[in-house]
Ligand binder design. Structure first.
Ligand SMILES: Cc1cc2nc3c(=O)[nH]c(=O)nc-3n(C[C@H](O)[C@H](O)[C@H](O)COP(=O)(O)OP(=O)(O)OC[C@H]3O[C@@H](n4cnc5c(N)ncnc54)[C@H](O)[C@@H]3O)c2cc1C
Length: 394
């Protein structure tokens, strides 16, 4: 009996959809449709103006989709699989990295910190409203003088009677100015601890950072903590030391492994469409071998990256994913995604720098994605240490 192979699908050249269950495809389609309706028609304007108007409404809609704290269980969270969460990140970032950042910071940093390290009371107080998008969260780790080396942070929390008093400054904090709650990491006499800070607390402010040329459709802020007094139970009881925030970052980086491939896919599709319709020297530029070589290489890296993300997702679902493997994925996929976007930019020629097309927006967004959640160099050092057993961080 002869076996007939299915036709070649340019959108899925490796047949990776075979790896997905019907529920996975449903999640992907739902998020893709939402992003296509609610983000794509407007995002170039938001980007040009450097704003994300209607962020609260968008957050509520993302909550209704189940996209906030998606793989977490209970407390109003969707309890989705890691693969489904990854697919959602990919579709959101195919629209814009700023929207995926909103979801990553809300779900994988702020909510994850409370879900994993919080008291039952903290979970009940914050998670249902955060899952619904009624309360936006942010995650304050980076400081003006301490980025890649957060262990040296200066923000501190001191006991005063039964209370905690927080002083310090955080910077480059996604969602900061629109957050109702901030998870803030600070030095204490017992090492680094996490605090759940209602942003209405006296002494807390979050001025927005302007003049960004990347992630322009995303809110980025400083956090200023000037004698912020919190009750004793504001501390996250389950996290002591840097392992707490680092495990949140591992969770968020996992979403980036998928998300970066969304930005890459958008640029790849734009380049293919352009190459087929743009004519020079009397024929479509997609008919030139040099253009085809670029498109072939882009497709190879794009779908290898998705396959890698899927593999990590399955390991996460099986409880077998290691932080070093997430570093592997983030290092590779963001680096390859930015390369794909830059190559797409060349195929579009001068139009490549226009906001009429998505490629320059994605390429400049990915400059931030390359740096946040651990720079390329930090992930190389993580892998270097894992491969040699020698710590080269300092
Ligand atoms: C848009 C945006 C949003 C962000 N959102 C958040 C957020 O929500 N919460 C949060 O806490 N932070 C956030 N960040 C901050 C981000 O995590 C930091 O920028 C990142 O950790 C790098 O820190 P840094 O910028 O201080 O760079 P630095 O640590 O100063 O690094 C500068 C350069 O030196 C290199 N370097 C440093 N140490 C070494 C070494 N030992 N060996 C080799 N090279 C080294 C780095 O790799 C990098 O290339 C955000 C950043 C951006 C751009």
């Amino acid at each position: 009996m002869s076996v007939k192979s299915p036709p070649f699908d340019p959108a899925d050249p490796l047949g990776l959809d075979d790896l997905l269950e019907p529920e996975d495809l449903a999640v992907r389609d739902t998020v893709r449709t939402w992003a296509g309706d609610r983000v794509l028609p407007y995002v170039a304007d938001w980007y040009e103006k450097g704003e994300l108007p209607g962020i609260r409404e968008l957050a509520r809609e993302l909550g209704a989709l189940g996209a906030l704290g998606m793989p977490l269980g209970g407390y109003g969270c969707a309890g989705a699989s890691a693969v489904q969460y990854g697919l959602a990140c990919l579709e959101l970032e195919a629209a814009d990295s700023g929207i995926r950042s909103l979801v990553s910071v809300q779900g994988s940093l702020a909510m994850y910190a409370i879900h994993r390290f919080g008291s039952e009371e903290q979970k009940r107080q914050w998670l249902p409203e955060m899952a619904a998008g009624e309360v936006i969260g942010c995650f304050g780790l980076t400081e003006p003088d301490h980025g890649s080396d957060p262990a040296a942070m200066r923000t501190h929390a001191k006991r005063d009677g039964g209370d905690w008093v927080l002083d310090g400054r955080k910077t480059w904090i996604t969602n900061g100015s629109v957050a109702g709650v901030a998870v803030v990491w600070a030095q204490t006499d017992d090492g680094i601890r996490g605090f759940v800070v209602p942003t209405g607390s006296a002494g807390f402010s979050a001025p927005e950072i302007r003049h960004k040329w990347s992630l322009r459709a995303s809110v980025t802020s400083e956090l200023v903590l000037d004698g912020v007094r919190l009750p004793a139970d504001a501390v996250l009881p389950g996290a002591t030391g840097l392992r707490g925030p680092l495990s949140c970052l591992t969770h968020a980086r996992y979403g980036i492994v998928w998300g970066a491939m969304g930005a890459a896919r958008a640029c790849f599709e734009s380049a293919v469409g352009y190459a087929k319709s743009r004519e020079q020297f009397g024929r479509p530029i997609g008919g030139f071998q040099l253009t085809q070589a670029k498109l072939a290489d882009m497709a190879v890296e794009l779908h290898k990256g998705i396959l890698l993300a899927h593999h990590l997702g399955r390991r996460m679902d099986a409880g077998r994913l290691r932080p070093e493997q997430v570093s592997f994925g983030k290092l590779n996929n963001v680096r390859e995604a930015i390369d794909i976007c830059r190559t797409a930019r060349t195929i579009l020629g001068a139009n490549g720098i226009s906001l009429e097309y998505p490629v320059m927006r994605h390429a400049t967004n990915l400059e931030s994605v390359l740096t946040y959640e651990g720079t390329v160099e930090m992930h190389q050092l993580v892998l270097g240490k894992a491969l040699t057993g020698i710590d080269a961080f300092r």
